[in-house]
Every structure is written in C-alpha cells, then in structure tokens.
Write a protein that binds this ligand. Structure first.
Ligand SMILES: *[C@@H]1O[C@H](CO)[C@@H](O)[C@H](O)[C@H]1NC(C)=O
Ligand SMILES: *[C@@H]1O[C@H](CO)[C@@H](O)[C@H](O)[C@H]1NC(C)=O
Ligand SMILES: *[C@@H]1O[C@H](CO)[C@@H](O)[C@H](O)[C@H]1NC(C)=O
Ligand SMILES: *[C@@H]1O[C@H](CO)[C@@H](O)[C@H](O)[C@H]1NC(C)=O
Ligand SMILES: *[C@@H]1O[C@H](CO)[C@@H](O)[C@H](O)[C@H]1NC(C)=O
Ligand SMILES: *[C@@H]1O[C@H](CO)[C@@H](O)[C@H](O)[C@H]1NC(C)=O
Ligand SMILES: *[C@@H]1O[C@H](CO)[C@@H](O)[C@H](O)[C@H]1NC(C)=O
Ligand SMILES: *[C@@H]1O[C@H](CO)[C@@H](O)[C@H](O)[C@H]1NC(C)=O
Ligand SMILES: *[C@@H]1O[C@H](CO)[C@@H](O)[C@H](O)[C@H]1NC(C)=O
Ligand SMILES: *[C@@H]1O[C@H](CO)[C@@H](O)[C@H](O)[C@H]1NC(C)=O
Ligand SMILES: *[C@@H]1O[C@H](CO)[C@@H](O)[C@H](O)[C@H]1NC(C)=O
Ligand SMILES: *[C@@H]1O[C@H](CO)[C@@H](O)[C@H](O)[C@H]1NC(C)=O
Length: 591
C-alpha cells in the first residue's frame, strides 16, 4: 500500500504520457493533502493547516515551461482553494484558485490544478486563498528554475534555501474571522514565525522555554541563495542576519540590480532572493531576525522572529542582543527610499518584450488609468467592511470566469470606477473592464494609517513610482521610466501612493487584492476582466475538463465519489493518476 510517503511530494517526470499542454514539456506531479494538525509554534497548542502532514507545506520546485499538476485534496472542515501567488497562469485564469475564477473545493473533495509555468523564473509561494486560512498556514514556497540553456546573472549558488516569515496569532483563522465578523480589530500578533517555528530563546523574559526554532546549517565560505517570503497576515517585517550582508538578486521573478543590504523591509505577500556569502569567522552562531516594522518597538518586542544561522565550524551559540533594525521611527522616508533603490537589471536574461514590441515600458502609451483608494474600514449595511475606491467586493456565487463561459447573466457588473467613488460606500461584485493589449496605469492610494500591500494575479507589473501625499497627474514626472522592478506585490505606505503599469496581454479574470488578510477578508479586492474581442481559441485555454461548478451552474456538478478517489474511469487524467500510483509504489523497489 502507498503509505504516507505517497502523500509526500510526488515528483515524477513522465513526459511520455503527456496529453495536457505542450507535448515536449514535462509534467511535474504533486499531491497535496490539506488537513489540520496540532502544532505549538509559540508554545500554545493550536490547529494549523498542514500539507501532507507538514507545516509549512513542501516547496514546489519546477523549471520554466513545466506543466505543473497538483491534486489538492481538502481534508479541512471548510471550503478550500489554493492560489499560486506570482505564478502568471498565462492564458488560464481557470487555475488561479480564487473565488472569481474557481468554485471552491468542498470538504472531502479534491481538485487537480493543471497549469504550465511560462516565461517566469524566480521565487513565489502558494497559500490557501479563502477565509483567512493563510493565518493558520497551508503555505509553501514555489520555485521556478531557469532552463539550463538560459543563463542567470550570478554564479550558481552552493545552496538554495526557502524561508517563510510571517506574523502569527495563537488564535486560529476561524477565531480571527469571528473577531472581524464582530467588527473588532485583530490587534497585535502574538509573534513572528520563521518556517513555521517560533523564536530562538535569545531572551528568557521574552521567549518562553521549549520553543522549537529554525536553524539553517551552512558551510563556511559558501554562498547561498535565500528565498524569503512574507506569508504573514498584516505585518511588514524587517529581515536581517547578524554580521552578514544580503546581496539582493531577485524579486518575484525579476533579477534586480545586485546591491548589498544589511536589512530589508519585506511587506506582506512579497518575495525576495538574497545571495548570502558565509564570510564570517564562525566565532559563534548568528541570529536571523524578522522583526515588525513601523510600530512602537518597546511594545512589539515579542513580535520578532529569531532563527539561527549555524556554520558547520561554529565555535558556540549565538548570544547577546539581536542585531538592531532600522532606527528610523520618525523618518518616514527611509523605508521608501530603500524600496526605490530596488531596481530591475534590464540587461539580465528573462526580460520579454511587451506585446507592444518594446522592452522599454517607459515608451508605451498608457490606455487606461485607475486610481484605487484604500480607506479605513467602514460600516455597510450594519457590517464592518474594507473598501477599495469606496467598493467592498462581494464574492460572486458563480465565479466570474465560469459565468462568462456559460453566459450566466447578472453574476457581476463591469463598472469598477476609474476614480474612487465619493458617495456612500457600496457592497458590490464590481469588476474592472480592462482592455486586452492595453497598457494600464494603476495608482494605489493609501488613505489609512496602516501599511498595505497589493497583489495582481496573472501579471508582473512595473513599479514606476511611490511617494507620500495625494497622487496627482504631476506625480508622473517622478516616475522611473527605465528600470522600475517588475513584480506582483507592491507596498503602499500610509498616507502615500504607489503607481504600477501593466501590459494587459494575458486574457482572463485576474484578482487585484490587498495582501493584508484582515482587509481582504473584509472585502478589499476586485478583478480585472481581460477579454480578447476576437474569440479565436488562441489567447485563452478552454475550460478544464475537471472544472468544478457552483452557484447558478450547480446543476452541472456531478457528485464526487469521495470514498474511492482513485477508481478507474474513462477519463485519461484518472488513468494517469493510477499509473502514477503504480509507478510510485514500485519506485522503492528500484532504490
Ligand atoms: C479555532 O479555535 C476556536 C477557539 O479556540 C475553536 O473553537 C475552533 O474549533 C478552532 N478551529 C479549528 C479549525 O481548529
Ligand atoms: C481527484 O483525484 C483523483 C485522483 O485521486 C483524480 O483522478 C481526479 O481527477 C481528481 N478530481 C478532480 C475534480 O480533479
Ligand atoms: C545584470 O545582469 C548582467 C547579465 O547577466 C550581469 O552581467 C550584471 O552583472 C548584472 N548587473 C548587476 C548590477 O547586477
Ligand atoms: C530543484 O530541482 C532541481 C532539479 O530539477 C535541483 O537541482 C535543485 O536542487 C532543486 N532545488 C531545491 C531548492 O530543492
Ligand atoms: C530581555 O527583555 C527584557 C524586556 O524587553 C529586557 O528588560 C531585558 O533587559 C532583556 N534581557 C536581556 C538579557 O537582554
Ligand atoms: C556585498 O558584500 C560582500 C561582503 O559581504 C562583498 O564581498 C561584495 O563585494 C558586496 N557586493 C556588492 C555588489 O556590493
Ligand atoms: C573572529 O573571531 C574572534 C575570536 O576568535 C573575535 O574576537 C572576532 O571578533 C571575530 N571577528 C568577526 C568579524 O566576527
Ligand atoms: C512606546 O510605548 C511605550 C510603552 O507603552 C511608551 O512609553 C512610549 O511613549 C511609546 N513611544 C512612542 C514613540 O509612542
Ligand atoms: C503615443 O502617443 C503619442 C500621441 O499622444 C503618439 O505621437 C505616439 O506615436 C504614441 N506612441 C506609441 C508607441 O504608440
Ligand atoms: C468595456 O470596454 C469596452 C471597450 O474596451 C466597451 O466596448 C464595452 O462596452 C465596455 N463594457 C462595459 C460593460 O462597460
Ligand atoms: C486622507 O485623505 C484626506 C482627504 O484627502 C486627507 O486630508 C488625509 O490627510 C488623508 N490621510 C492619509 C493618512 O492619507
Ligand atoms: C473554440 O474551441 C471550441 C471547442 O473547444 C469550439 O467549439 C469553438 O468553435 C472554437 N472557437 C473558435 C472561434 O475557433
């Protein structure tokens, strides 16, 4: 019998059997069994969301052009969707795993994602997208490697380490949801986890005994690629390693101009790769720190993640105070200047011309301009909601992409305003009518006192500017029109704006959302509908065979046989999985 090992990451190339996407590109299979396990990352036992019994989940590690096939089985007691943050899902928002494109996977059901990772190389992550579930885990890294023939702009590192950092509550996601439903704020998090583990006991007053902490073992003189992701709820974290420089090399799929930082602010939902050389004399271990930013540090001391960098020739334990982060409490420009210093290496490989035929985004004419405004939560119909431009998004009962395909009427409206509404805030399923092959400028204006970050699915966008104050047309004069970084998650400082440009070459329904889980849960998101007016079957993949149905299309959904999930039926994909199981059970005999 395939035991638990069957449910650990399956990574089998069976190029011979390919029938899904491109015949020559290998299929990479993963099985994700999503369930609760009990863990005590901060010393308090709680239910966390595990994948194949692991918290955090396994790292997906694939190569450009691979077809990635992930069978997600929902063993939670509530609906589930996995989303792949930063993975562009070219021509297939069917696989995006948010409620605007997919019906949820019901408890005990499974659904097999099948997508090709195209034209992307870099560091991304996945997480469960519904109902605050990310606050309980379910996340993991997602690496896309370059094909061997495509060079990378640095020497091959000696090791590749994924580090997931994030603020954490000892309350689970259902308890946090309840607080938000009751109109409360979540308050200060209980700590910061590094790879699902609590802080090293650097101070016996602040950190209780018996907390399991993360240790990275490294060899002296070697250079490692550290891929850091902020998978947390709402806290910007400053990342640093005692006595070590962080050479920034990549952010969400773009190679950056390589620069050393002693620490970097990583906002919720953002990913970075650093090249770190182990050039110290290992007189002791070194602290790895992820500490809360823009808060009163004397109150937030316990909201600090601490791990250990351990050289194989280390002479002793890390001791003494943590390395200090930026001391800029009254300098609101420090962090923004640091963000502006992150620039795209325009001569590195990986750049792809826009459909307009230009590598230079600064010379393309903008076709549409949207100002999206964040304000503090408001009451709508007696319930506390978060809005974007005065609209709190109401999730459709029939996903927008399915509604379009089956011509379901009134599932949503295509009237998201280009400028923030000035009247009473509304609760609506209002979507941006985007122009296929257009070049859209989006200004994110943060009129709240808290840090925000925003993510766009389906695309990498150019970050062309950010500044304090209200954005005006004149602000365009400050834009970086040459080497702004292309990424998928941008921070917006309180009382400030960030401007992004997106080349709309990817047909589909694409989520634009806050990465702050509480604001997202309270409705701060919308979608961009990108449709090719010439229906020619070349710019978008058709609906997948295994599509789930819900809402107005519920009658199309066949019940799932949850008792024998592997029974052989006529469908090819099922035969695949049976084959896979056979191969996998045989594999141990050949080792
Ligand atoms: C979350 O915590 C609440 C309160 O402690 C508890 O009632 C509930 O069962 C927990 N939910 C999960 C999924 O563990
Ligand atoms: C559920 O998993 C089985 C294999 O265990 C697979 O054959 C089937 O296609 C999956 N269902 C969906 C809807 O993807
Ligand atoms: C940019 O990429 C090129 C090409 O790989 C590389 O030679 C160069 O060192 C990089 N420049 C910086 C500043 O990182
Ligand atoms: C990812 O897979 C490649 C082989 O395809 C391997 O060389 C590399 O070490 C793996 N990376 C990680 C982080 O496991
Ligand atoms: C531990 O933290 C407490 C509270 O911040 C502080 O008063 C104390 O000096 C720290 N102890 C050490 C040894 O640094
Ligand atoms: C970064 O710092 C390291 C020392 O840690 C140094 O060797 C390297 O030259 C620096 N690189 C740049 C681009 O400044
Ligand atoms: C190297 O080790 C010695 C003790 O062996 C210590 O005094 C010195 O500060 C260390 N240097 C660095 C850069 O860590
Ligand atoms: C930070 O918090 C401490 C303790 O509550 C308080 O004494 C101090 O005034 C606060 N600092 C600022 C700048 O608000
Ligand atoms: C951009 O618009 C200007 C006029 O506003 C026009 O002269 C120019 O040719 C356009 N550029 C491109 C690349 O379309
Ligand atoms: C969406 O925009 C297109 C032009 O790009 C326009 O023809 C269409 O009428 C718009 N749809 C709605 C509902 O406004
Ligand atoms: C919010 O907008 C109002 C009106 O434009 C302005 O007076 C206020 O300073 C803004 N607050 C922040 C934090 O941006
Ligand atoms: C697109 O493909 C579907 C079948 O997958 C077919 O019914 C339809 O006619 C095609 N449309 C065009 C414009 O080729």
């Amino acid at each position: 019998m395939p035991s638990l090992s069957f449910f650990t990451v399956l990574l089998i190339h069976i190029g011979l059997f390919v029938s899904f996407s491109s015949a020559e590109d290998p299929n990479i299979f993963y099985n994700f069994e999503v369930s609760y396990i009990t863990a005590s990352p901060l010393g308090v036992p709680q239910h966390v969301i595990a994948i194949n019994g692991k918290f955090p989940g396994p790292t997906i590690n694939v190569t450009t052009n691979n077809n990635v096939i992930v069978n997600v089985r929902n063993k939670l007691d509530e609906n589930l969707l996995m989303t792949w943050a930063g993975i562009q899902q070219r021509h297939s928002s069917w696989q995006d795993g948010v409620l605007g494109t997919n019906c949820p996977i019901l408890p005990k059901w499974n659904w097999t994602y099948n997508f090709q990772v195209k034209d992307q190389v870099g560091s991304f992550f996945y997480f469960p997208s519904l109902n605050m579930q990310r606050a309980s885990g379910g996340f993991g890294g997602f690496i896309i490697n370059n094909r061997a023939i495509i060079p990378i702009p640095f020497a091959n590192p000696d090791g590749d380490i994924t580090i997931l950092i994030g603020d954490w509550y000892t309350k689970n996601h259902t308890a946090l949801r309840k607080m938000l439903d009751e109109g409360k704020d979540l308050g200060m998090p209980d700590g910061v986890l590094i790879n699902g583990k609590g802080p090293y006991q650097y101070n016996t007053t602040l950190v209780p005994d018996g907390i399991e902490y993360e240790t990275l073992e490294v060899h002296p003189g070697k250079t490692y690629r550290l891929r850091i992701h902020n998978v947390g709820i709402s806290t910007t974290l400053n990342f640093r390693i005692q006595n070590h420089n962080l050479l920034l090399a990549e952010s969400e799929g773009s190679y950056t101009v390589q620069q050393n930082y002693t620490s970097l602010d990583i906002h919720v939902g953002q990913s970075y790769s650093f090249l770190v050389t182990m050039d110290q004399n290992a007189s002791s271990d070194y602290y790895i720190v992820a500490s809360a930013r823009f808060v009163n540090e004397s109150n937030w001391k316990r909201v600090t993640g601490v791990g250990i960098l351990h050289y194989t020739n280390s002479k002793g334990k890390a001791a003494g105070p943590l390395p200090v982060g930026p001391q800029d409490e009254f300098d609101k420009t420090y962090s923004m200047n640091q963000a502006r210093s992150i620039r795209w290496n325009v001569s590195a490989s990986g750049a792809r011309p826009n459909p307009q035929g230009s590598f230079r985004y600064g010379s393309i004419n903008v076709t549409d301009v949207y100002v999206l405004k964040n304000k503090p939560p408001v009451m709508i119909n007696g319930k506390r909601q978060a809005t974007l431009s005065g609209i709190s998004f109401k999730n459709p009962s029939t996903p927008i992409r399915l509604a379009d395909w089956f011509k379901v009427k009134n599932a949503y409206t295509l009237d998201f305003p280009t400028r923030p509404l000035t009247g009473a805030p509304k609760l609506e399923t209002s979507v941006i009518n985007a122009t296929f092959r257009g070049f859209i400028e989006i200004i994110l204006q943060n009129n709240d006192t808290k840090m925000q970050s925003y993510h766009v699915d389906g695309y990498a966008f150019f970050v062309v500017g950010m500044d304090y104050g209200e954005w005006t047309e004149n602000s365009r004069g400050t834009y970086n029109k040459w080497d702004g970084i292309a990424r998928s998650t941008v921070q917006v400082y309180p009382g400030a704006w960030s401007a992004i440009l997106i080349s709309l070459d990817n047909v589909g329904i694409w989520n634009i959302r806050t990465e702050n889980l509480d604001s997202w849960y309270l409705g701060q998101e919308t979608y961009m509908r990108v449709v090719n007016p010439e229906a020619n079957n070349k710019t978008e993949l058709p609906i997948p065979d295994n599509s789930l149905y819900c809402g107005a299309l519920n009658k199309l959904q066949k019940p799932q046989d949850i008792s024998s999930a592997t029974s052989i039926t006529a469908t090819r994909s099922k035969i695949f999985f049976v084959l896979l199981m056979i191969i996998y059970t045989l594999v141990p005999f050949f080792h």
